[in-house]
Design a protein around this ligand. Structure first.
Ligand code: UT7
Length: 328
């Protein structure tokens, strides 16, 4: 008997406040035209001052739990991907665990910046496949606005806030005999990092250096170049590893940093943009929250249907990158 991890349900949360490109034109020397052409972003959600990453993670998790048919007692793991925790410690995950009334199991945060959700999904998948957990809440939640220098036009127009969640559930996979890939769930995950590139996208401070959280510093053009290369490499690896062709994939669900990076990955896969879940125009770059936010939107709107094959991919600070092949 083999165990697979299926996505039982999805959920998300976006702060009420919307910041448009027109609003940003009043704050820094930029234009709607520049932001739209270079990134594809038109507007983004920004958390209220007293709204934390944990608050957003809890709202997204409650949403996913409601649609799962499970109770808090069924959940035996909470993994939160975040770069912007409420406190240096303890983790956002333990706050989610307590606030949802989950009584047992593991709870911790994963830090891989914009690739965080793919890392967290992979970690949860491995716990489930090893039989160490049955139902894990995997959340991506970020308050990136708290890491922005609002006078730096090269970063403040890009990043945003929000949270998304999935519940991964263990499912016996012995009903699928013909083709293993027909089975529901996560078929493979692929994670990478190149720490030599860590200063390309970083904060200007931290707990054990400056003692302050710092603000985002990004060598945009360089990061863009590697994003295009690494995304092409890793989606190619997913195809080869699973012995499939782009025609076997129904939806590309990419990290939402820049529409030009997304288009380049779709082109590499010979996929039309109508097979790509693109939310960057109205979500902006919400780092680890971007994939589960996009996934939840596409599931709730009826775009993504049960049984369809999803290719999830992300790239971010570290540099880190990764992908997952999932039959929904
Ligand atoms: O999610 C984690 C991973 N992050 C990413 O994937 C982001 C990757 N990078 C990018 O998405 C793009 O590099 C950006 C959207 C950040 C920038 O686009 P670009 O086409 O690479 O522009 P650039 O950085 O080469 O800048 C072009 C020009 C510069 O002026 P000069 O030096 O050519 O005179 C910038 O100073 O645009 C200027 N510029 C702006 N102009 C108006 C930079 N930011 C702005 C702005 N408004 N907000």
């Amino acid at each position: 008997m083999s165990i697979n991890s299926i996505i039982l349900s999805t959920g998300s949360y976006l702060p009420t406040k919307i910041l448009t490109n027109a609003d940003l034109e009043k704050m820094v020397d930029t234009s709607d035209e520049w932001i739209t052409q270079r990134s594809g972003i038109k507007q983004r959600h920004i958390a209220a001052d007293n709204e934390t990453t944990g608050d957003m993670a809890i709202a997204a998790a409650q949403n996913a739990l409601k649609d799962s048919g499970l109770t808090p007692d069924d959940i035996d793991g909470v993994i939160v991907a975040t770069t912007t925790p409420d406190r240096t410690f303890p983790s956002v995950a333990v706050k989610v665990q307590a606030e949802l009334g989950i009584k047992t199991g593991l709870a911790f945060d994963v830090q891989a910046v914009c690739t965080g959700f793919v890392y967290a999904l992979s970690v949860a998948d491995n716990f489930i496949k090893l039989g160490q957990a049955k139902n894990i809440l995997v959340i991506g939640a970020e308050k990136m606005s708290s890491l922005l220098d609002w006078t730096d036009r090269t970063t403040c127009v890009l990043f945003a806030d929000g949270a998304g969640a999935v519940i991964l559930q263990a499912k016996e996979n012995n009903d699928v005999k013909e083709n293993k890939l027909d089975g529901q769930g996560i078929h493979s995950t692929h994670l990478y990092a190149n720490g030599k590139q860590r200063d390309m996208l970083q904060t200007s401070g931290g707990v054990s250096t400056t003692g302050e959280r710092g603000v985002i510093e990004m060598q945009g053009r360089e990061v863009f170049k590697y994003a295009v290369q690494y995304m092409a490499d890793v989606v190619g690896e997913v195809l080869t590893h699973n012995n499939i062709t782009p025609e076997d994939i129904d939806w590309l669900v990419p990290h939402q940093a820049n529409i030009r990076i997304i288009e380049s990955t779709a082109k590499k896969l010979n996929m039309d943009m109508d097979q790509v879940v693109a939310t960057v125009d109205h979500h902006g770059n919400t780092s680890a929250a971007s994939i589960p936010l996009a996934l939840d939107e596409a599931v709730r709107s009826g775009k993504i249907k049960r049984g369809q094959m999803l290719l999830i991919e992300a790239m971010g600070g570290g540099l880190t990158w990764g992908a997952a092949l999932v039959r929904f």
